[in-house]
Design a protein around this ligand. Structure first.
Ligand SMILES: [Zn+2]
Length: 309
């Protein structure tokens, strides 16, 4: 009886303290990026279809020099045409250098060329720029990172091994459980499924892991490396100017990051304590969902004022 009276008397009664940008999209507890190295043919024939079956999209780190012009020329790597098809299906096709060198051992000129030549090939063949990066042999230092990060939203600096003998089920389960507990973003590293130095002795271990992550989808954001990098960077950078308004608040987001490069929506988390809210940005109604005692809606961090009532 008492709580009902409060709800009627106060309408939504949202205060500035009630709003924050969610750590991850849709208020998920952690993020997992499934990333695949070295332009392996199986990424096209097995991985992408298995991801798509589950509604996931992956990130594929390509080595341009290893990719054949025609499929018949090399059955162990996918072609640029196949890469374009993967991109068109929503996967991220990104830069892993032109010829897979130890980048820390290159001259300045070679370092530049290894990055640039692959960027140019990606743009020419796929029509979209590479905005993330992965270092061959995971070998990098400050100089290499600075060179690779120019014009990009992120680079894979830390990964968990999602591949055959290097990742028993217990290790993978614990890796995901730890990410959930700490609210972390983790990125998997996978090469071949049936061939290659770290392939699976039983390929169902790979699809079993995808099923395991899928079963936790309401808590885990499975996003491409680019999408999670853009989201987390903008979420960290954005400031919210919150002012009281009639029956609610007005929130003005502001970020200095480049809209073209960091294009992303963010998720607003509002502590509503069981009440319903209405949200609008630039006069357009935003779709609100509820989980536990919180309301969530997606907004544009590069857009104008948001009204929450
Ligand atoms: Zn590699």
């Amino acid at each position: 009886m008492t709580s009902m009276a409060v709800a009627i008397g106060c309408s939504a009664n949202i205060t500035p303290e009630d709003v924050k940008v969610a750590d991850y999209k849709d208020g998920k507890e952690c993020a997992v990026s499934l990333t695949f190295d070295d332009s392996m043919k199986e990424h096209y024939t097995i991985v992408a279809p298995e991801l798509e079956k589950r509604g996931f999209r992956g990130t594929f780190w390509m080595v341009g020099a290893w990719m054949p012009a025609v499929a018949e020329a090399d059955t162990t790597h996918f072609t640029w045409e196949e890469a374009k098809e993967m991109s068109d299906n929503g996967h991220e096709m990104s830069n892993h250098t032109w010829s897979h060198p130890y980048m820390t051992m290159l001259s300045d000129e070679d370092l530049y060329n290894e990055i640039k030549k692959n960027d140019d090939a990606i743009l020419a063949n796929i029509g979209k720029p590479s905005t993330t990066f992965c270092f061959p042999y995971n070998a990098f230092n400050e100089k290499v990172i600075a060179a690779a990060m120019e014009g990009r939203v992120g680079a894979r600096l830390k990964e968990f091994w999602l591949g055959g003998q290097n990742s028993p089920k217990e290790y993978l389960t614990k890796t995901v459980e730890d990410a959930l507990a700490s609210g972390s973003w983790i990125a998997g590293m996978t090469h071949g499924i049936n061939y290659g130095y770290d392939c699976y002795s039983d390929p169902t271990e790979f699809t079993d892991f995808l099923d395991y992550v899928k079963s936790l989808e309401d808590r885990i954001w499975v996003g491409t490396f680019r999408d999670v990098a853009a989201y987390t960077s903008v979420a960290k950078d954005v400031t919210l100017s919150v002012t009281p308004a009639d029956k609610g608040i007005t929130v003005v987001p502001q970020t200095g990051l480049d809209k073209a490069l960091y294009e992303t929506a963010l998720t607003m988390e509002v502590a509503v304590g069981g009440k319903k809210i209405k949200a609008e940005q630039d006069g357009k109604a935003l779709e609100v969902s509820y989980k536990n005692d919180k309301a969530y809606f997606s907004f544009c961090p590069f857009g104008g004022a948001i009204s929450i009532r």
